[in-house]
Design a protein around this ligand. Structure first.
Ligand code: GLC
Ligand code: CA
Length: 545
């Protein structure tokens, strides 16, 4: 039965393997480290883990540049470690979702290296073209990379240009070539046979380049995307993968990362059985100013409208507030100082009580925050390096450049997981971790929060337990409730079970809506009902209707 599928009843926990737990003291998280924390995840109530890439890779884009889909990066362990992870997770009722990065490979992938020989069949695995201009020294079109700069690089040995929608070390695969589909299906099948539950498919709505004509639009936002975003060919390929592979594995999940998706294409992904769910980015855009280089305060009414549009617009959502590409949510949408706990819990309730599969990113469950502002030269993020390079050309003041780089740097959310207040927060026995540990480990860490009944961690644990037991929260209907200002509320309903989710998305003290008065509270981030008929800052309650 469709409603019984695991992903409709479980919470997904995203692990960024490099930063989760280091078992051998080299300052880098690894698979044995993950295995050692499975009991923690089971105890938290997690049913599905999504692993960011662990494949062999030069790590230009931290694994989103795969050099071999069939082997594990030695930093993380071996294929035997991976098999053991699958087995140990299974014992605890946890399934593993892998990251499938197939819009592009690394330029160090054997396919790409061979593709430089124009007579090789691999040449057509990528998008090689002659340049424009008399000497062919201008790129084949005006597209820009989503990581800044032109989307084409010239290879003098080949005498041609290759397309890369991301960095030049991430050449795009040619999805017009049926061999590429065959290779990708073989990779999927290899891991499904091992017992993997499914895949989170990286930038999967841009794999099919319908034409290579010049693009319109702004250079800073990926010029040319109208030629490759969610084209018919893209839908066709995903459906084909479903028919060829996933029809064989009904107990599975396909999750799409779909930047700039709209309702029409979103519905098509679901209704045509191309994906089981997908990530939209609309909430993530709301606090951005000037192409994401600056922060602005989110208007709760716009937040509500945006979230509800997707809740009502498609049959299933992938709900998230954080991941390895997004700054920590309390910094963005809550209050990391005065209302760290309250806002962290309110955001948890928002994310876990919507209709769809909730995703929790490592450390979100303990309220981890962004790294403090630091020297941009320390960044391990290739996007920071590229933007820093561009900024060098402009005479802006240093503080201004630092602010931009601080805002876009993905190290903030990739800093090591904080397990305790010891050396490197218990992430590693080494002081020398690949990204430095946040100093707030003194109070934001698993051990301290386990011991505190009022902690963000214990709130997540209770909320996940309620979620997993409640048909209304798992598969129930989503019914919006009318509210004003910073108050956001909705109902979830399945059979006789009816719950109200009531949130104050801000620091103010708005009026408690009439529909919430006198209702039994299942979970709240404050003690007792507020006396004066007002909600408290970032108050969040789950009520019986
Ligand atoms: C996705 C990944 C991101 C990566 C990009 C290119 O957005 O989540 O980390 O840099 O794709 O693969
Ligand atoms: Ca290690």
């Amino acid at each position: 039965m469709e409603n019984e599928r695991l992903f409709r009843h479980g919470v997904v926990y995203q692990i960024y393997p490099r930063s989760f737990c280091d078992s051998n003291g080299d300052g880098i998280g690894d698979l044995p480290g993950i295995i050692s924390k499975l009991d923690y995840l089971q105890n938290l109530g997690i049913k599905i883990i999504w692993l960011s890439p662990i494949y062999k890779s030069p790590l230009m884009d931290m694994g989103y540049d795969v050099a071999d889909y069939y082997s594990i990066h030695p930093d993380y362990g071996t294929m035997e470690d991976f098999d053991r992870l699958l087995e140990e997770a299974k014992k605890r009722g946890i399934r593993i979702v892998m990251d499938l990065v197939v819009n592009h490979t690394s330029d160090e992938h054997e396919w790409f290296i061979r593709s430089k020989d124009k007579t090789s069949p691999y040449h057509d695995y990528y998008i090689w073209r002659k340049g424009r201009g008399e000497d062919g020294m201008e790129p084949p079109n005006n597209w820009t990379s989503q990581f800044t700069g032109p989307a084409w690089s010239y290879d003098p040995e080949v005498g041609e240009w290759y397309l890369h929608l991301f960095s030049k070390k991430q050449p795009d695969l040619n999805w017009h070539n049926p061999k590429v589909l065959e290779e990708v299906e073989a990779i999927i099948d290899f891991y499904m046979k091992k017992g993997v539950y499914g895949f989170r498919c990286d930038v999967i709505n841009q794999i099919y380049k319908e034409s290579l004509e010049d693009g319109i639009g702004n250079a800073a936002s990926g010029r040319g995307s109208e030629h490759y975003l969610m084209k018919d060919g893209n839908h066709r390929i995903l459906r084909q993968i479903h028919d060829d592979i996933f029809a064989k594995y009904p107990d599975s999940v396909m999750i799409g990362e779909t930047f700039n998706v709209d309702l029409e294409n979103g519905r098509r992904f679901l209704e045509n059985q191309e994906l089981d769910m997908f990530f939209h980015f609309d909430l993530m855009e709301l606090d951005k100013a000037m192409f994401g280089a600056f922060h602005k305060k989110v208007n709760p009414e716009v937040w509500k409208k945006t979230a509800f549009k997707w809740q009502e617009g498609v049959s299933w959502n992938a709900n998230y507030l954080e991941n390895h590409d997004q700054l920590r949510s309390i910094n963005r949408f809550g209050d990391p100082k005065r209302y760290w706990k309250e806002s962290g819990k309110m955001l948890a309730m928002f994310n876990l009580c919507l209709r769809g599969t909730p995703f929790v990113y490592e450390g979100q469950e303990i309220g981890m925050l962004n790294l403090p502002m630091r020297d941009p030269a320390k960044s391990k993020d290739c996007v920071s390096w590229m933007v820093a390079d561009i900024l060098k050309k402009y005479p802006f003041p240093k503080w201004f450049k630092r602010r931009i780089l601080n805002r876009i740097d993905r190290d903030h959310e990739r800093a090591p997981m904080q397990w305790n207040d010891g050396v490197s927060a218990g992430f590693s026995t080494s002081k020398d971790t690949w990204i430095e540990v946040n100093e707030n480990k003194s109070y934001i860490n698993v051990e301290a929060e386990k011991a505190d009944p009022d902690s963000i961690l214990n709130f997540y644990r209770r909320l996940i337990a309620i979620h997993n037991e409640s048909e209304a929260l798992c598969t129930g209907e989503f019914i919006p409730l009318e509210t004003k200002g910073s108050v956001i509320a909705w109902k979830r309903k399945s059979g006789d079970e009816e719950l109200i989710v009531l949130l104050n998305f801000g620091k103010g003290k708005p009026k408690l809506p009439a529909f919430a008065k006198g209702k039994e509270t299942l979970l709240s981030n404050y003690e007792g009902e507020s006396k004066n008929g007002k909600l408290r800052p970032f108050e969040a309650c789950l009520l019986k209707a």
